[in-house]
Design a protein around this ligand. Structure first.
Ligand SMILES: *Cc1c(COP(=O)(O)O)cnc(C)c1O
Length: 379
């Protein structure tokens, strides 16, 4: 059996090696490293895949969030609401731009923003909400958009972890990242659609915003050496675009495979009293960027350590909520009371999930998890 990894990109590469190698070679042979045809081709294909009018390539998912906030013209002191239970990038860019992050709690079952707390957190300074589609699960977008529209607040979807997922209601199914005024995607190698380095995009249907974001990505310029606004240098590398162009074709298949892995885990763990398996509400087509369980009545950190001892990797996403991070101590962030966030940071554990896991490996993992929990609860 292969050494089990959280994500096995090497085995995935072996399946698509000839296409990937050709894509990379084309970029090198033509020396079209920056803004080459591969970038254009990928953005066009992603436009078709998402159905969104504008796909703006950039260097990574963190930049995507920063550029979206810059383009919305927010001013220092403006408040931006985010969940505290997320990867730090979501909030870091808010602080970096001199905006004020306002943290809200998540739901214990979906891991996404709690819409009741969202409404309570709104003040006359609130200018944007960043719902995070965490672990591959779409946030409750109808509820979020209703609150946002009522108060005239921009919604920026942090779709870094959930490309391929969707939101379902009476009027049908919409892809994650197509519902806010802007949305941000990361192609970090381990994400559901992963490049072989850093990469990202920003999506919007708004022409004016698209235009501004394009300019910001390019040093605030449209015409070379004429700079109208302060921007950044944030480009999607042509080599990464070539890789993404190949992998985009397989994205839906990859998401299906992740769902199969999750279904396997769910089936085995649903009868274990110490494991709460991930919940998939009716409105969400989950794409399991992570398979994250909640452990009850057993010490999560001990399970994590014991699993490592028997060759089963697991990860804690995320051990410290954003509102308790040292970087936010000035914000009096520590006075927040976010019980679900604190409950989850102490109990979540993510298991290996990727597109190449075999049944043999899944059996090995599930047996290992059950044995470790059994051992720790019968001491
Ligand atoms: C990965 C991630 C980001 C940042 O993406 P990078 O490409 O690593 O900059 C932002 N938000 C969330 C929720 C993420 O998981």
């Amino acid at each position: 059996m292969h050494k089990i990894q959280m994500v096995d990109l090497q085995r995935q590469y072996e399946q698509i090696k000839s296409e990937i190698d050709k894509g990379i070679e084309d970029v090198i042979k033509t020396s079209t490293f920056i803004n080459g045809p591969a970038v254009k081709e990928f953005t066009e294909n992603l436009t078709i895949y998402t159905g969104v009018k504008h796909v703006i390539p950039c260097a990574n998912g963190t930049d995507a969030l920063q550029i979206a906030l810059m383009a919305l013209g927010l001013k220092p002191g403006d408040e931006v609401i985010t969940p505290s239970f997320t990867f730090i990038a979501t909030v870091e860019v808010v602080a970096l731009l001199g905006l004020t992050p306002v943290f809200v709690d998540v739901d214990k079952d979906t891991f996404t923003i709690n819409t009741a707390s969202l409404e309570q957190a709104i003040t006359d300074k609130t200018k944007a909400i960043i719902p995070v589609h965490l672990y591959g699960q779409c946030s409750n977008m109808d509820a979020i958009l209703t609150v946002a529209n009522k108060h005239n607040i921009a919604v920026i979807e942090d779709n870094a972890q959930s490309i391929g997922g969707s939101y379902i209601n009476e009027s049908g199914s919409r892809k994650t990242g197509t519902m806010g005024i802007v949305s941000c995607i990361s192609f970090f190698p381990s994400k559901n659609l992963g490049a072989y380095g850093d990469a990202g995009v920003i999506l919007t249907n708004d022409d004016t915003l698209a235009h501004t974001m394009q300019k910001i990505c390019n040093h605030g310029s449209e015409r070379r050496y004429y700079h109208e606004i302060v921007g950044v240098n944030s480009r999607l590398d042509s080599i990464q675009a070539a890789v993404l162009n190949v992998k985009l074709k397989y994205l839906d298949k990859y998401c299906d495979k992740r769902r199969e892995v999750a279904a396997f885990y769910n089936e085995v763990f649903s009868s274990n009293p110490h494991i709460i398996t991930p919940y998939e509400p009716e409105y969400s087509h989950h794409v399991y960027h992570q398979y994250t369980m909640i452990l009850e009545g057993v010490n999560r950190d001990e399970v994590h350590a014991e699993l490592a001892n028997i060759g089963i990797p697991s990860m804690i996403y995320y051990p410290v909520p954003c509102h308790k991070q040292e970087m936010f101590k000035e914000l009096k962030a520590r006075e927040y009371s976010l019980p679900n966030t604190e409950y989850l940071t102490a109990r979540v554990l993510s298991l290996p999930i990727h597109t190449e896991l075999t049944e043999e490996e899944l059996v090995f993992i599930t047996n290992g998890v059950s044995e470790v929990i059994n051992k720790l609860t019968h001491r």
